[in-house]
Design a protein around this ligand. Structure first.
Ligand SMILES: [Zn+2]
Length: 250
């Protein structure tokens, strides 16, 4: 079971092309938010059409799980909070999106949308609490664009700039792995990192580089290795060397 993980592509089409060339051979592709770019040259509707075409191509190569980031918001809910309406309505076979739970092999994957206010946040909380009940013995993974506050993956070069609500939910519900992004430079800062551990939970942020190759990560559950690749090379950690990581059912 091998996952490929990217985040923060920000409508960099060469990076989407790279993903199409790289996804085969993985059992799941994770895109952890910010597929679009609100400051991009193309208007948002065009970006959505193009990204949906890429998602269709990618889903032909491997199942895809996508959560929204703050750059993906095109709609507004009844409470006046912005959300990624387009992603909610993506109906592509093999693509799982915001507010869905994907049960894949020995994984339960909870896909959290970017929340823009109390209403959306309480829906995320209810979703996580529901999945805590039904995860069973599966390894539990969350997709959540922002990193938890206080983690190295939330270091922005000056301070920790993460999500305090997420940190609270991790402490309460103990997922095995949280995949996100958002703070583009934390893997490249001395005090930051592409990974961290909060109690028994591994948290990851692959970061972002302006290049035709995105920074990316892979997680191999057979060898229990996580690998991060960027222009600065390849780094690897072993997940199984830490005690307390949840084991899948035998
Ligand atoms: Zn971003």
């Amino acid at each position: 079971m091998k996952l490929l993980v990217v985040s923060d592509l920000h409508y960099a089409l060469k990076q989407f092309d790279w993903l199409c060339a790289r996804t085969s051979g993985h059992d799941l592709l994770v895109i952890a938010g910010d597929l679009l770019d609100l400051a991009g040259h193309a208007d948002i509707d065009t970006q959505i059409i193009v990204v949906e075409k890429y998602l269709t191509r990618l889903a032909a190569l491997a199942p895809v799980a996508v959560c929204s980031g703050n750059h993906d918001l095109d709609g507004e809910n009844g409470a006046g909070e912005r959300y990624a309406e387009w992603l909610r309505h993506v109906e592509i076979e093999g693509v799982s999106v915001d507010s869905q739970t994907l049960f894949h092999d020995s994984l339960t994957i909870t896909i959290c949308p970017w929340w823009d206010g109390e209403n959306s946040r309480s829906q995320v909380q209810a979703h996580l609490e529901r999945d805590a009940e039904r995860r069973g013995s599966a390894r539990w993974i969350w997709l959540y664009h922002a990193p938890p506050d206080g983690a190295k993956t939330s270091w922005n070069g000056k301070r920790f700039s993460g999500d305090a609500f997420l940190a609270e939910m991790i402490a309460r519900l103990n997922p095995d792995i949280v995949l996100g992004g958002h703070i583009h430079n934390s893997p490249f800062s001395a005090a930051g990192s592409w990974y961290d551990r909060i109690e028994n939970t591994w948290v990851f942020n692959p970061g972002r580089e302006m290049s035709s190759t995105p920074t990316c990560m892979s997680i191999d559950f057979d060898t229990m290795q996580a690998v991060w690749e960027s222009s600065s090379g390849r780094k690897q950690i072993r997940l199984a060397s830490q005690e307390g990581v949840h084991s899948p059912a035998v």
